[in-house]
Write a protein that binds this ligand. Structure first.
Ligand SMILES: Cc1ncc(COP(=O)(O)O)c(C=O)c1O
Length: 471
């Protein structure tokens, strides 16, 4: 299926809001033709910003999931965000269900976070010595996640999973790692064997540039099936609720089965809660499911929108880390005061009762969203776990990556995405992502999404009928 261009969406107008002409295309990059930064309100639109971006940033994006490669069209360039909304450089407002792929839980530019950031910035932004924020955030995480006795802070989810795997290998003295097809654990070599969202969206089996040796000890197995493992396995790493092949909840007994399988051979169980941590519930997925791993990986929410990650778990396991133990891991900006201040502000702001209310609100939303789309004759699945929502254009429930791929292959997500964007609702630009409604998405915002979805689904259904008749 060919991706649909966003014909009336951002990036198609040749003029900005005021109607002023756009700068002429600069043509091939000569290296001296205006890499100077133009002012934000200088009359440039999404097309122009993306054109400039493509000249100086590979593909025009700093992370491939932000590109519109799998949905078609030009990405909107964000100028600012507030609560549930973002505004692009053309001052067009979108109801944002991306929320930085889950890094934002309270909504954009939440007062508690910006106040914390301003306060922290005044005291200095990084020291290279222990600082109080690191201790406070580590305490906040350990208090909220039973069984997580210690954490070390890092600067991204990728660092968290990479480090957790190194710890598992160092602790067990084994090399082998088991991961699940369709789960994404960041872009460290060891886990780029098969992959979720970004890799899957681009249709690559893994990644060029990853030596065969780096993944020689990584086994990739189907999600929601407990694999047979032996005593060569250092760890089994899993997204306890998979959110990088769309949203795929764990089948009943899957996580408990992994726990038993690991215990039987002395392997460690690693929960990658970079998305689920403090989002699917105040204690994350381990608390929600009652299955306790040996190691956790966190990111996103615990940084309040700043670059952060963390890995933690059993004290005896983490004892292998330098400086106490032989496993090396480090970071100049780890535990950065701005990131810890923002993360703490988020964790302290969220109280369990509010989280329950959010979960209930989103459950209603998921039900209404499914009804709005299926009411237009499109088969759809809208799984929901806590406030995480999935969207598959499929006849039946999606339980693994093969089913997620089959659903994405019908190309309907791209058409729906474009139709939603025309109605000022920003979904993630790829079929393998989850939707991230959060505390800023109240009943009114969610109702707007449902209304737009009904119209968008009608448009997609009509277009498909039209092309079927024409064909
Ligand atoms: C489950 C999971 N683990 C790890 C990562 C990597 O995190 P980061 O992008 O911060 O490196 C992601 C990113 O989306 C993720 O979803």
């Amino acid at each position: 299926m060919s991706p649909q261009p966003t014909d009336a969406g951002p990036g198609t107008g040749g003029t900005d809001r005021a109607g002023s002409p756009q700068p002429a295309d600069a043509g091939p990059d000569t290296g001296d033709d205006g890499l100077g930064i133009e002012p934000i309100h200088g009359g440039t639109g999404n097309e122009e910003w993306f054109r400039r971006a493509r000249r100086v940033i590979p593909g025009g994006v700093d992370s491939p999931v932000r590109s519109f490669a799998s949905v078609g069209g030009t990405p909107y360039t964000v100028a600012r965000g507030s609560g549930a909304f973002v505004w692009d450089v053309e001052d067009r407002r979108y109801l944002d269900l991306v929320q930085s792929y889950g890094a934002i839980l309270l909504g954009h530019a939440h007062q508690a976070v910006t106040d914390a950031l301003v306060g922290a910035a005044r005291d200095g932004t990084t020291f290279g010595a222990p600082s109080r924020g690191e201790v406070l955030l580590a305490e906040a995480i350990c208090q909220r996640v039973p069984g997580c006795e210690q954490v070390r802070l890092v600067s991204s989810g990728t660092e968290a999973t990479m480090s957790a795997i190194r710890v598992a290998r160092g602790f067990t003295g084994r090399d082998r790692v088991v991961k699940f097809d369709g789960c994404y654990h960041g872009h460290a070599d060891v886990v780029l064997a098969g992959g979720g969202s970004g890799v899957a969206t681009l249709g690559l089996p893994g990644s060029a540039g990853v030596p065969a040796g780096a993944v020689a000890d990584t086994a990739v197995v189907p999600y929601n099936q407990v694999p047979d493992i032996d005593d060569r396995v250092a760890c089994v790493i899993v997204e306890p609720v998979a959110a990088n092949m769309g949203l795929v909840p764990p089948a009943p007994g899957f996580l408990a089965g992994l726990r038993r399988a690991c215990d039987a051979v002395g392997a460690l169980l690693v929960f990658d809660e970079v998305i689920t941590g403090f989002r699917v519930g105040p204690g994350g997925a381990s608390t929600l499911t009652g299955v306790r791993p040996d190691l956790w990986c966190f990111g996103k929410v615990i940084g309040g929108g700043l670059p952060v990650g963390a890995f933690g778990g059993r004290r005896d396991v983490l004892a292998v880390l330098a400086p106490d133990g032989p496993v090396y891991q480090a970071g100049t900006l780890s535990g950065n005061p701005l990131a810890t201040a923002a993360g703490l502000a988020v964790l302290e702001h969220v109280i369990p009762a509010d989280h329950q209310a959010l979960t209930a609100r989103v459950a209603t939303f998921a039900h209404d969203l499914a009804a709005a789309i299926s009411g237009q004759g499109l088969a759809v699945q809208v799984p929901v776990v806590g406030p995480l929502v999935g969207l598959f254009f499929a006849d039946g429930a999606v339980g693994d990556y093969a089913a997620a791929r089959a659903s994405a292959a019908n190309g309907r997500y791209a058409r729906f995405f474009a139709a939603m964007l025309r109605r000022n609702v920003a979904l993630p630009p790829g079929p393998y992502e989850a939707l991230f409604p959060g505390f800023a998405h109240g009943p009114d915002e969610l109702a707007l999404v449902v209304q737009a979805a009904a119209e968008a689904a009608a448009e997609v259904a009509a277009a498909e009928q039209g092309s079927a008749l024409a064909g």
